[in-house]
Write a protein that binds this ligand. Structure first.
Ligand code: CA
Length: 498
């Protein structure tokens, strides 16, 4: 009698166990401010990223992954929840605190039996929730000898932050329970401002000059007051510390000799040359690229180490590896660094996925996808149901090379941080494959329309051009439809403050 009851139960348990064994592992590698223009798989003319390129060669490269709000904290809140910032409460970086009691995809995976860990940058104010193991940088974190918080305890690691985050990620992978699937979020601080390279990378480019973007000397004519009055230009905003013209206490004594041996003579030559105007901007651009791309080289090395480990340990086939940044970044385009704008350099983020058992090698998707889609995709891949609240869509059909007819053709964007650092106006808008319609509403109230087909660098506002009257009407309707569908409040939300 007992056996009769137990047999179906045993069968069920076996089925559950076999299904659990089939569930994919997830390695989510994330960086901070990595421009897609600085990845060779995306056609960079400035650097090589051989290990990120492996993900493109062996998996899928997404060419139009858009973020709903191009700034650190809000983007991370979107990744975790699959929602816009007016829903998850983290609208800007000026004092918001992530409400860790809300549903996130790591929490749901943890509940479904996944081992979960996050190592590296968190930057959401509150403590991480939904992770069995967490070791994060407090706030922005430091490049050298960083303070960290290990499962709630303050501690310090010695060395270069990118290498530490890679090593601790590998340590966790090696000691995990091999019987259960896992989610590892490996989140780099690099290449965030002020772009401090590892001293081992100071000669990474052999002193070769970098090509300048065509809009390095943009004068912002043809656009409104916001573009003219921003505070994120190489000309005005980039300071001595950014440019390594002075050595700060953030560079520890242990590496200071090597640091000064590289920068010292170059800085002397720069001061002697007494550059002005465009020549000064050109010099700043070269120094910026040297430092920023050196930071990326360390990130790329770390990705190589993780990919090698997955291969050696037989995990490659059934592990989803994601690489993305929290947003894009300006590498001198429009004369800028930083992010925040709806324009292509900051709206788009790199996004590559390798999953050998599902995705064909060297696939490319041109569809509009978003970091809103990460949570529902990874949940569906793990066989976990997606909560109603999620506003993104699972990318599983796209992984299989099938785009559903109803896939999004337009995308809603909303940036809230004004007044704030870099003085970028509050704005919202809609992006399609060809157009962008933008309402800038604080401090000044005006509209812009860009035709990316004729004006790929977004230099000319055609909002009042009668030739675009019909396109404008269509976009205005689409913008209203999206705001309604996404439940965007009429007035700016306050956000979840500290
Ligand atoms: Ca960022």
């Amino acid at each position: 009698m007992k056996l009769k009851i137990l047999a179906p139960l045993a069968l069920l348990l076996t089925l559950v166990a076999s299904r659990a064994a089939d569930r994919p592992n997830i390695v989510f590698i994330f960086s901070d401010d990595h421009a897609w223009q600085a990845i060779s798989a995306y056609g960079s003319n400035r650097n090589e990223t051989p290990h990120i390129d492996r993900l493109a060669d062996e998996g899928m490269r997404f060419d139009r992954c858009l973020v709903p709000n191009s700034i650190c904290g809000p983007s991370r809140a979107t990744v975790l929840t699959g929602t816009y910032n007016h829903i998850n409460g983290f609208i800007d970086n000026s004092g918001c605190r992530f409400d860790g009691s809300q549903t996130t995809f790591p929490k749901l995976l943890q509940g479904a039996g996944y081992q979960t860990a996050i190592i590296g940058k968190w930057h959401l104010g509150s403590e991480p929730t939904g992770f069995d193991h967490w070791q994060v940088l407090p706030g922005q974190g430091q490049y050298y000898n960083p303070k960290m918080i290990l499962n709630g305890e303050n501690m310090r690691e010695m060395g270069y932050v990118t290498d530490i985050i890679t090593e601790r990620s590998l340590d966790w992978l090696k000691k995990r329970d091999p019987e259960r699937p896992f989610l590892l979020m490996c989140q780099h601080k690099a290449p965030h401002r002020n772009w401090s390279p590892n001293v081992t990378k100071l000669n990474h480019d052999g002193g070769k000059p970098y090509p300048e973007p065509p809009t390095l000397f943009d004068d912002y004519s043809g656009r409104g007051s916001g573009e003219k009055n921003q505070d994120m230009s190489l000309a005005k905003t980039m300071h001595e510390g950014d440019l390594k013209l002075k050595t700060t206490s953030a560079i520890p004594k242990s590496v200071r000799d090597e640091w000064n041996a590289y920068y010292g003579p170059r800085n002397e030559a720069f001061l002697k040359a007494n550059l002005k105007g465009k020549d000064l901007i050109r010099w700043k651009y070269q120094r910026y690229m040297h430092d920023y791309l050196a930071c990326i080289s360390s990130v790329d090395d770390g990705i190589g180490e993780i990919l090698d480990y997955l291969k050696e340990s037989g995990l490659e086939e059934n592990t989803i590896v994601v690489y993305a940044s929290d947003q894009g970044f300006y590498l001198g385009e429009h004369g800028w660094f930083d992010k925040r704008w709806i324009f292509e350099e900051s709206l788009r983020t790199p996004f590559l996925v390798r999953w050998p058992s599902v995705i064909k090698p060297a696939s490319v998707s041109k569809e509009i996808v978003s970091n809103l889609d990460f949570a529902p995709t990874l949940l569906e891949a793990a066989g976990v149901s997606v909560p109603e609240r999620v506003q993104g869509h699972s990318l599983m059909p796209l992984f299989k090379g099938q785009t559903p007819d109803e896939w999004r053709k337009s995308f809603y964007y909303h940036y809230y941080e004004f007044p704030g650092v870099h003085s970028v106006p509050r704005h919202y808008g809609v992006a399609t494959d060809r157009y962008k319609l933008v309402h800038l509403y604080k401090p000044d109230d005006y509209w812009e329309l860009f035709d990316l087909e004729k004006d790929p660098h977004e230099m000319k506002n055609v909002f009042d051009d009668p030739e675009y009257a019909s396109a404008r009407r269509t976009l205005e309707k689409e913008l209203a439809r999206l705001r309604d569908e996404l439940k965007v409040p009429e007035k700016d939300p306050k956000g979840t403050r500290k």
